[in-house]
Design a protein around this ligand. Sequence first.
Ligand code: IMP
Ligand code: MG
Length: 171
Amino acid sequence: MKVLIDRSEVDRRIGEMAREIATDYAGSAPLLIGILNGAAQFMMALLDRLPNEMLEQLDYDFVDVSSYRGSESTGRVELTKDLVVAVEGREVLVVDGIVDTGRSLAFVMELVRGRRPRSLKTCTLLDKSARRSVPLVVDYRGFEIEDVFVVGYGMDYDQRYRALRHIAAIE
Ligand code: IMP
Ligand code: MG
């Protein structure tokens, strides 16, 4: 494993993203939806950097999806854990750790959109945008990365290395 983005750089960027989100959602009561497990560590770090006034208004929840990667072109995504919090009329921000083909996030966006949020945006720590196979708008992006397999900050390799505070590339 090789360090791709070190801890201080990840922390710095999350601080920047939190400031941008705090500005954009000022005065509203956002609902953050994290996609398990990859988004958990990032979403908690993001929340930790948001101002108290915003945390008083904000709610968060998680969904889980599983994708079948047997064949890339026919990759199917299935919901394995639904939301508890109601979406209708909310300012929703869907948070993921990494967007690759975009299928998982696009699937969750479709699910949430069907429940009539007032607004709907996306946020990811890492984006392998060159790998995108479905149209998707990423509103808040931590880092654009190349097509390498990464672990850390929620990202795993066979469930290992998720808890790292930095992003590492597997060589
Ligand atoms: P997508 O549906 O193809 O965008 O894939 C997104 C999901 O694939 C992520 O939530 C991760 O679970 C997984 N994934 C994609 N690339 C990586 C990686 O480099 N490391 C770890 N997990 C990854
Ligand atoms: Mg995931």
